[in-house]
Design a binder for this molecule. Structure first.
Ligand SMILES: [Zn+2]
Length: 188
């Protein structure tokens, strides 16, 4: 316990990110399979499921059909929380709880392809795996690729990282340095 606390304090000094809450060990082990659940009335459920699987695979994880699996990720549709904000597509609450929220009205109205929805879920999965809520490159809403301060997956806008199917080295540092995830993209 003492060494992990020291580890977290070291990281708090040199980064602008929020601290992960990983004093009790990693929450996610990407070498173990993940079971996906969708909320009951999820719009476009097949697309959401396929995009979630693709995002988990891109993170070096695998999924299972076994509902008794230890690791579960829950995709929930909602219009609550920050969803009424302009351009808000999805959110994840920290400390993370295995739940990714997709903004329902946008999910219905935006003509998502599997790849464009995977962009959104890959980003949210990065919050879940890292247990961090802030973004690489800051929180400004940027809608024009050339104005983006970062093109990392964990930058604030999906318009800054369209079609990026692997976390950048910056993303991997952001995700893995909290100790919330092991294996997959976070080598032991
Ligand atoms: Zn985000």
């Amino acid at each position: 316990m003492k060494s992990s606390l020291l580890f977290l304090l070291l990281f708090s000094g040199c980064e602008g990110y929020e601290l992960g809450d990983s004093l009790f060990g990693p929450r996610w082990d990407l070498s173990k399979r993940i079971y996906i659940t969708l909320s009951d009335h999820m719009p476009k459920p097949q697309l959401v499921r396929a995009a979630t699987i693709q995002a988990i695979n891109q993170a070096g994880g695998t999924v299972t059909e076994d509902p008794k699996a230890d690791q579960k990720i829950e995709i929930v549709d909602t219009d609550d929380g920050p969803c009424p904000l302009p351009y808000k597509l999805a959110f994840t609450i920290t400390p993370v709880d295995g739940v990714i929220h997709l903004c329902r009205t946008n999910l219905i109205n935006i003509p998502y392809t599997q790849n464009s929805l995977t962009d959104v879920l890959f980003h949210e999965l990065g919050h879940e795996l890292s247990n961090r809520g802030k973004h690489i490159g800051g929180e400004d809403l940027v809608l024009n690729y050339v104005d983006c301060k970062s093109h990392a997956v964990m930058s604030s806008s999906t318009d800054c990282h369209p079609g990026v199917t692997a976390y950048t080295s910056e993303d991997i540092d952001y995700i893995c340095s909290t100790g919330n995830t092991i294996n997959g993209i976070c080598p032991p």
